[in-house]
Design a protein around this ligand. Structure first.
Ligand SMILES: Cc1cc2nc3c(=O)[nH]c(=O)nc-3n(C[C@H](O)[C@H](O)[C@H](O)COP(=O)(O)OP(=O)(O)OC[C@H]3O[C@@H](n4cnc5c(N)ncnc54)[C@H](O)[C@@H]3O)c2cc1C
Length: 479
């Protein structure tokens, strides 16, 4: 069996793991960063393509939760994790959210004033920028529609370097994911990166973790590997982190409180062209109903349009010929359901039970109504219905009928934002770790990823994952 030893073992190289490895390596620690997925260049496949899903997504993107309505969720599985495949939209959370988190689970040293410097560092380290020279026709349409309804919108900054790309955003060239920013920095500071290596179980001796065992794929062959480390950080994401902990015998408040942002998507066709793929992801969002509801526009390539037209629109081929006049629009809600993650050992997959609650359905329905009103105000001719088999929606009256009673189990609901599966804080009746990610009952095992959020960040989460991870690893290094 191949053996590796290090001072600090970091498991998972998404935003949480990359920040942990980079900060510890730059402080002079001997770091080993282990990642289940492969190491691909940021532009190894076109963004939002099937090739990208093959290379960089877990199970090609096909993961579902169980409940009255199944929710499809996406996870990255590659060096850089979710940052390699996501829309790269960046937010700071509201101050109110941070204070609510602090009160909810009694997190020490979590005052917004203490956190903002970490956000500032993330914004500089990961090149958070606004689009130069305008953010494209779909964003303009959202602004126009919201303007006629009297609602506010805002351009959301991205982890993106627009140099050389202005005014067109380009697709993957400017992405400032972990493989472009923190992972190479970690390696330059001496960290060793081990891709294609899955950690299967942590090794425990009383109140300490001594390392881990896993398997590595080299030239298509699997080999067993063993890790020895003084300190271990698990940063495998909100689903895989609790799975690994539970498999290793750590179960106190682990995997019992998963939360997410449920989303519904519809397509809308306009009289004039509104879809210019050269601008990448449309960056405008409707601010008016935040934090509970976010309305926006997705990247609308032909395969994605076909997917989100769903079963509701007939004659799809003809409709897809109109792709330049058609876009995908979304409603994202702060979910109220709380889910449980358990490992299915024989299948090798997680079982996640999470209800889409009546409150979620009402919130998504309200969001759909607002979104449809905006789109009609901006000149939409026809919307697809999010309800399986329902006819297209051609006016506000029909929209009201659909939005009022969204049915359980008959809509494709998805999510790309998952968190809160091992919350942090001093209230050990509700948390799996202390205020800085140290797992209860263990002296040297820490979590540092989206699992730690006590509740929804109410905005796109990657910025908060990075800032909280930076705070926690600096506490580990410097007290
Ligand atoms: C399609 C999509 C779009 C998104 N858009 C946005 C957006 O625009 N803005 C935003 O803020 N957020 C967005 N997100 C969410 C954001 O990407 C996540 O919040 C963020 O990546 C979470 O970081 P993490 O470190 O917690 O976990 P992850 O990014 O999930 O990283 C975990 C890593 O650990 C690895 N791993 C798992 N298990 C093991 C194991 N046993 N051994 C070794 N390695 C393991 C995984 O392969 C993965 O690379 C999006 C997500 C998706 C999927």
């Amino acid at each position: 069996m191949k053996q590796f030893s290090s001072d600090v073992l970091v498991i998972g190289s998404g935003p949480g793991g990359a920040m942990t490895a980079c900060t510890a390596a730059e402080a002079g620690r001997d770091v080993l960063l282990v990642e289940e997925g492969s190491h691909h260049a940021v532009d190894s496949a076109p963004s939002f393509s099937l090739a990208e899903m093959d290379q960089k997504y877990r199970n090609g993107g096909l993961n579902v939760t169980f409940g009255g309505t199944s929710i499809t969720y996406l996870e990255g599985r590659c060096v850089g994790g979710g940052s390699e495949i996501n829309a790269a939209l960046y937010h700071r959370p509201l101050e109110k959210t941070l204070r609510e988190w602090q009160a909810q689970t009694q997190i020490r040293g979590f005052e917004p004033e203490a956190l903002w410097p970490h956000f500032e560092a993330v914004e500089a380290d990961c090149n958070v920028n606004l689009v130069r020279g305008g953010n494209g026709p779909a964003s303009a349409l959202l602004r126009r529609g919201a303007g006629s309804m009297g609602w506010s919108t805002r351009e959301i900054a991205r982890f993106w370097n627009y140099d050389g790309d202005a005014p067109i955003a380009g697709l993957s060239r400017g992405r400032q994911s972990m493989t472009v920013t923190l992972v190479p920095r970690a390696v330059r500071a001496g960290a060793r990166l081990l891709p294609d290596t899955r950690v299967l179980r942590l090794l425990r001796d009383g109140k300490r973790v001594t390392g881990a065992v896993g398997e590595r794929t080299v030239n298509g062959e699997r080999e067993k590997v063993e890790f020895r480390a003084k300190d271990v950080f698990v940063c495998a994401g909100a689903v895989q982190t609790p799975r690994l902990l539970r498999r290793s015998g750590f179960t106190h408040n682990v995997g019992d409180t998963l939360q997410l942002h449920p989303m519904i998507r519809i397509t809308a066709r306009f009289r004039e062209p509104i879809n210019d793929l050269g601008y990448g992801v449309p960056t405008e969002q409707v601010d008016q109903f935040k934090p509970e509801l976010t309305l926006g526009c997705s990247y609308s390539s032909i395969p994605h349009l076909a997917l989100w037209m769903g079963a509701s629109l007939g004659n799809k081929q003809a409709r897809l010929r109109d792709w330049r006049r058609t876009g995908i629009f979304y409603v994202a809600a702060v979910g109220t359901g709380v889910g449980r993650i358990r490992d299915l050992p024989l299948v090798g997959e997680p079982l996640i039970r999470l209800p889409l609650t009546t409150a979620d359905l009402a919130r998504l329905g309200e969001g759909l109504l607002r979104l449809g009103q905006l789109l009609f105000a901006a000149g939409a001719e026809e919307l697809s219905s999010p309800v399986d088999g329902a006819p297209p929606i051609r006016d506000v009256a029909a929209l009201e009928g659909v939005a009022r009673v969204l049915p359980q189990g008959r809509m494709p609901v998805s999510t790309i934002h998952i968190f809160s599966s091992v919350p942090m804080g001093e209230d050990d009746a509700r948390t799996g770790t202390d205020s800085f990610g140290l797992v209860w009952g263990c002296d040297n095992l820490r979590i540092n990823d989206a699992s730690l959020f006590p509740a929804s960040p109410a905005v796109n989460p990657q910025g908060t994952v990075l800032a909280v991870a930076r705070r926690n690893v600096m506490h580990f290094l410097h007290g």
